[in-house]
Design a protein around this ligand. Structure first.
Ligand code: ATP
Ligand code: MG
Length: 473
């Protein structure tokens, strides 16, 4: 049976270590080869220098005996000669025919070759290789006698071999130690990632409250952990927003349904006259209208949520025309409430947008202004352009909104006063829808309000040059 390995073969730590070992082995091989070559070179250079020095020294110890050169045999020179021989040198004198005239040390073991000029050469025998320095003797130029100083290359070969053995034996050891070190380091470096994986794995579908909360050094791992934590923050926010929205929506739907059920129950509790049934049905119709409005609003918002404005939905829109028509349509409603509605709309205001959505937006603002302004008040719809920015303002002289409510006004289902909204029957979705539509147009929707004086909603958006003006300008 295959035993389970402590690390998966394809895990990052194993791959990292493998790469580390491979690079280390490569570096060691290159470095050792360089070292090996350099060692041999420098030992050889040193040997050559020694041969040359010895040769120069020996020349001073030569005497002329019977018409030929020979080594001086004084006490001093013999001591020096002894010293050279102990150091492993072999020295000889040869004539132009290769005849040995005199010699010191193991000179007979070196094969005879006649040199052409003062130089170094390698001479091989069955047991060793000799490094030989041949020097033509200055005062015997005519005869062509040579002084040869030699030393075996064996010690150099041995030193190189020794180094090679050390490398061959040491390499695997170094690599094994490095492997454990590499695994240990990789393990340490990747431990925080393991923690991140565990935490991320334990985060449930419905629970985004957990965080990785990594506290280590400010490295890439910490950045990763922080990024994940921020992502979880956003997910949690979105999730809670969704949950609140669903709970609010359910609540909003339940209220009219409870009212409907209550009315039906009361009506059916005893026999009723036709007029009473009619009255009940009228009440039910009102509540059903409310339900329909609410579901329409919710559906509209859900659709807007899903969508960022598709380019095909963006068309040049004549805002002046759109607003004038809207004000005209709202006129009858305003008059029934005894509210004056005034339009101050500059001509030729063009923006890029969606006419249906924009109608919905301004309808919501004008509807609110009419709803929250008592009779005798005024609602003004202004539209102007400053440079590239088009601004639409819906102003009323109504009750106004307290400053504490303003930050939440564009939240879904937010209403300032329950009692007042009950009376007017709003669901608190109008401004949320208006805000979403503004977002889709890359615009800005703001509100200013003074209690008992009135409220102004301002919508700003970048203008779009009209096709007509571009033709004639
Ligand atoms: P819906 O528009 O969904 O029918 P609604 O009008 O109550 O309901 P929003 O249009 O979102 O909801 O408005 C939110 C709240 O802001 C309102 O309930 C109201 O209290 C307050 N509000 C909005 N416009 C004005 C205004 N012009 N003057 C005073 N209060 C306003
Ligand atoms: Mg409204």
């Amino acid at each position: 049976m295959i035993k389970k390995l402590p690390w998966k073969i394809n895990s990052l730590r194993v791959r990292l270590t493998a790469w580390y070992i491979f690079l280390l082995a490569l570096t060691l091989t290159l470095f050792s080869s360089y070292l090996y070559i350099q060692l041999e070179k420098s030992l050889l250079a040193q040997l050559d220098t020694n041969l040359q020095l010895t040769s120069t020294q020996t020349v001073t110890n030569l005497i002329n005996s019977n018409g030929h050169l020979a080594f001086r045999k004084t006490v001093d020179s013999q001591a020096m000669t002894q010293h050279l021989l102990e150091a492993g040198f072999a020295i000889r004198l040869i004539d132009e025919k290769g005849q040995i005239l005199d010699g010191l040390g193991r000179y007979e073991a070196i094969p005879i070759t006649l040199p052409i000029q003062t130089s170094f050469s390698n001479l091989k025998t069955s047991t060793t290789t000799w490094r030989v320095y041949s020097q033509i003797l200055p005062d015997t130029n005519n005869k062509g006698e040579w002084l040869q100083v030699a030393e075996s290359l064996e010690p150099i070969y041995e030193a190189s071999e020794h180094l090679l053995t050390l490398m061959v034996l040491g390499f695997p050891l170094v690599l094994v130690i490095a492997e454990f070190g590499g695994l240990f380091l990789a393990d340490r470096a990747l431990r925080p990632i393991e923690r991140i994986i565990r935490t991320a794995g334990s985060i449930g579908v419905n629970d985004f409250t957990q965080r990785i909360g990594y506290q280590g050094s400010t490295d890439e791992v910490r950045r990763l952990a922080k990024t994940l934590d921020r992502m979880l923050d956003r997910l949690q926010l979105g999730f809670e927003h969704e949950r609140r929205f669903t709970a609010d929506a359910a609540h909003e739907l339940r209220t009219p349904l409870t009212v409907i059920k209550g009315r039906i129950g009361v009506t059916l509790s005893r026999p009723r006259t036709v007029e009473e049934y009619e009255q009940t049905l009228q009440n039910l119709e009102q509540e059903t209208d409310r339900l329909i409005r609410l579901t329409h609003g919710l559906l509209f918002l859900a659709r807007l949520d899903l969508r960022s404005m598709h380019p095909t939905l963006l068309q040049p829109v004549d805002l002046s025309n759109l607003l004038s028509t809207l004000v005209e349509q709202m006129q009858p409603l305003a008059s029934t409430q005894h509210i004056q509605i005034i339009a101050q709309i500059s001509p030729q205001l063009f923006i890029r947008g969606n006419a249906d959505y924009l109608t919905n937006l301004f309808l919501n603002l004008i509807d609110n202004a009419l709803k929250y302004t008592p009779s005798g008040g005024t609602v003004t719809v202004k539209a102007t352009q400053k440079y590239q920015v088009v601004e639409v303002q819906v102003q009323d002289t109504g009750a106004g909104i307290e400053a504490k409510h303003l930050p939440f006004l564009f939240d879904r289902f937010y209403r300032v006063e329950e009692a007042r909204t009950r009376r007017t029957g709003g669901a608190g979705l109008g401004l949320a829808i208006a805000n979403e539509i503004t977002r889709l147009h890359n615009g800005k929707l703001t509100v200013e309000s003074q209690v008992n004086q009135g409220t102004t909603f301002s919508f700003t958006v970048t203008s779009h040059q009209s096709p007509v003006t571009s033709v004639f300008s």
